[in-house]
Design a protein around this ligand. Structure first.
Ligand code: FHN
Length: 474
């Protein structure tokens, strides 16, 4: 029997007693869950290998906010409208009542997502199992604010199965912020909350009676459910922490140990901990005790950093969640060149899609993802499983490397059809246009400033032309 809204009131005490008696039963007593023994570098490299080789993923923000489509009470909102509840200052009961009838996922939506991710050249999909609004796509026994109670379907299961069916890796975005939970504090957390909105300022303190530890218990329970009840989960994408509320505020080490117990090979980001300046260059402050990779957002670092695993996540327009009035779309050229730029710095690119309430991915996103996909179909070898540019920046494009080969990505086609790169040959240079299936050799000459290669214009690609170079020394 499911509990109306939230477990853990008086029954909580009873539960706590049960937990103390049976520590391994639930996540709750995860203080008993000891972190796994430290990994050797070789073990970590083995666990991270698929992710480092993947280079490209699809992010999906989908929830009740998708049904609001960026509007509330007829007023359009800008920016990340997955925050519409906070932007409009809507109380949980009103939010739920208004959006429940509008959230009607169509059959097979998840298959469309997975097929598009595959066609786009993504190797993994990270979808929002729960965003800040608190609505859970999985069938949770700790709340009725979930898909099972709303639409009678376990949407989490449908999505995970569809992603696996396309041979892609499964990533789960899980918000540690929860605007629906009665114990998640409104004030003093350094985190946003709809009830902190001006319109409630004259009302009694909304934090009276809220028990933070009960919320954290709930967070651990749901994290246990999504990493225990749906088979292999490859990535856990937590979001997000402030200076005031991070780490121990979530009992983060226990939470990560719990998830690792359920999913020993899982890869987790670093957002259970405060990460200053996510929209800036912050690779240098990253340490793996806080997660496996760092997460620049809406930003591509100027350079990568040896030994630092990072993934740049980005919207296609200006919002993560669906908006029916945000048409500020990035071009396919920008997507392709970002993919190249990020790979040339040793990072992964996680590009977002915000489906509509019924799960449909807007045409503007589909066409751009498919355009990226057809470029990846031709030039993916120059992106997947490559390393960062080992020889230094060039003004005509970007460089990736793998197994003794350099992949020269020409963005700005030179007027004289020649590019020069700051490298020396290790004896014989061999270069060809990647689009030339006969691999006809290009003229290469070594000059004082490096190696000069004469390109073949008939193989130019409007987004990024790729030259394969063997024999260069770096
Ligand atoms: O608040 C969220 C936002 O809605 C979105 O999910 C992004 C995605 O990385 N993360 C937070 C903002 O940093």
């Amino acid at each position: 029997m499911k509990h109306r809204h939230y477990q853990l009131h008086t029954p909580g005490l009873l539960l706590a007693l049960v937990l103390l008696s049976a520590p391994a039963a639930f996540g709750a007593s995860d203080s008993a869950i000891k972190p796994p023994p430290p990994e050797t570098k070789a073990e970590r490299d083995a666990r991270m290998q698929w992710w480092r080789e993947a280079r490209l993923g699809m992010f999906v923000h989908w929830g009740l906010y998708s049904a609001a489509a960026g509007n509330w009470d007829g007023k359009p909102y800008g920016g990340g409208v997955e925050w519409i509840q906070q932007q409009a200052g809507v109380a949980p009961t009103e939010y739920e009542a208004k959006l429940k009838p509008l959230f009607v996922p169509k059959p097979g939506f998840a298959k469309d997502w997975a097929k598009l991710a595959k066609a786009m050249g993504a190797k993994y999909v990270v979808f929002t199992s729960k965003h800040h609004e608190g609505f859970a796509l999985h069938d949770s026994k700790y709340t009725s604010f979930d898909a099972k109670d709303f639409v009678g379907r376990d949407l989490f299961k449908e999505i995970v199965q569809a992603i696996r069916a396309e041979g892609l890796r499964v990533g789960v975005y899980h918000s540690v912020i929860d605007w629906h939970h009665p114990d998640f504090r409104v004030h003093g957390t350094g985190l946003p909350h709809p009830l902190a909105n001006e319109r409630y300022k004259d009302l009694p303190d909304p934090d009276t009676g809220r028990e933070w530890s009960r919320y954290v218990e709930f967070l651990h329970h749901q994290s246990n459910e999504i990493t225990r009840n749906y088979g292999k989960i490859d990535v856990l994408w937590w979001d997000w922490s402030s200076k005031e509320t991070e780490g121990n505020s979530w009992r983060a080490n226990e939470l990560m140990a719990l998830v690792r117990k359920n999913q020993p090979a899982i890869i987790m980001n670093n957002r259970l901990f405060y990460s200053p300046n996510v929209e800036g260059d912050n690779l240098s402050i990253f340490d793996t005790s806080k997660g496996d990779f760092t997460t620049p957002e809406q930003h591509i670092p100027a350079t990568g950093m040896n030994g630092v695993d990072w993934e740049s996540c980005m919207t296609l327009n200006d919002t993560w969640g669906y908006s029916d009035h945000d048409f500020h779309w990035k071009s396919a050229e920008t997507l392709i060149r970002n993919t190249v730029d990020i790979a040339s710095k040793g990072g992964n690119y996680l590009i977002n899609a915000g489906p509509t309430a019924d799960g449909t991915i807007p045409e503007a996103i589909r066409t751009r993802f498919l355009e990226l996909g057809s470029w990846m179909a031709k030039y993916g070898e120059a992106i997947y499983d490559t390393q960062a540019n080992p020889i230094g920046a060039v003004d005509w494009g970007r460089i990736t490397a793998r197994k003794g080969r350099l992949y020269l990505h020409v963005f700005n086609w030179p007027a004289n059809n020649q590019i020069t790169l700051p490298s020396k040959s290790s004896g014989s240079l061999n270069a060809w246009m990647m689009a030339d299936s006969r691999r006809a050799p290009l003229l290469c000459s070594e000059t004082g400033t490096g190696v000069t290669i004469t390109l073949k214009p008939q193989y130019e690609n409007p987004y990024a032309s790729v030259v394969v170079l063997e024999g260069a020394r770096w």
